[in-house]
Design a protein around this ligand. Structure first.
Ligand code: DC
Length: 201
């Protein structure tokens, strides 16, 4: 049976962690759609045209070692504003969402554009200081040399660009359930998401 869990929200809200845990709990497949935009962004940093890169995207591109860097994140946010790039990535995401056995997709427009008929939509958010603190810790643990102030600026830039763009802007779907993780531990946030999904099954 197909069952789609759509998880959206701003940068570093905990979508990835929650999505992976939820997918594992229910035995669903998981797609981090941000990686698609990061992979396209990465190819533009190497000089390629964004739309051509999106049309030619291959599974190997998702394995690029630099996709989690702050530069790749900014490049992703820039290419994500181009309608042709979004269009090139649409069919793959929709097919993934409807695969048998259930799927969790996390991104910015899953509940609004990619899967408007998802069985459940969760909008994960947290205040920006909390999000910046979490992302900073993650980057430092991975050996990156970046200040908290820089992470906060990058995150605000990205959220502003992702929310203001005309093509599939970041916003909660009207029927999305809000999950604010500012005051939650990872375990609490995951447990809450699982409870929300169980209530829909
Ligand atoms: O989730 P992330 O931080 O890896 O996403 C990187 C960028 O990709 C984000 O700033 C905006 C874009 N993105 C998007 O526009 N739509 C999605 N479904 C996922 C990501």
């Amino acid at each position: 049976m197909a069952f789609t869990v759509a998880i959206d929200g701003p940068a570093a809200a905990g979508k990835g962690t929650i999505s992976r845990a939820v997918a594992e709990h229910f035995g669903f497949a998981h797609l981090d759609t941000g990686l698609l935009y990061r992979a396209v962004g990465q190819r533009t940093l190497a000089g390629e045209d964004a739309t051509e890169a999106a049309r030619a995207l291959r599974p190997d591109d998702l394995e690029h070692p630099d996709l989690r860097t702050a530069e790749a994140a900014q490049a992703a946010s820039r290419v994500a504003a181009i309608p042709e790039v979004r269009a090139a990535l649409l069919d793959f995401q929709r097919a993934f969402a409807r695969r048998m056995g259930g799927a969790v997709l996390d991104g910015r427009d899953i509940g609004t554009v990619i899967c408007p008929d998802a069985e459940i939509k969760i909008y994960v958010t947290a205040d920006d200081q909390t999000r910046a603190g979490r992302r900073h810790k993650e980057l430092i643990e991975r050996g990156r040399d970046i200040t908290l102030a820089q992470v906060l600026t990058d995150l605000r830039d990205r959220d502003a660009r992702d929310s203001a763009r005309a093509a599939a802007p970041l916003k909660p779907a009207e029927d999305a359930l809000l999950l604010d993780t500012s005051e939650m531990t990872v375990d609490q946030a995951v447990a809450r998401a699982i409870a929300l999904i169980e209530a829909r099954q």
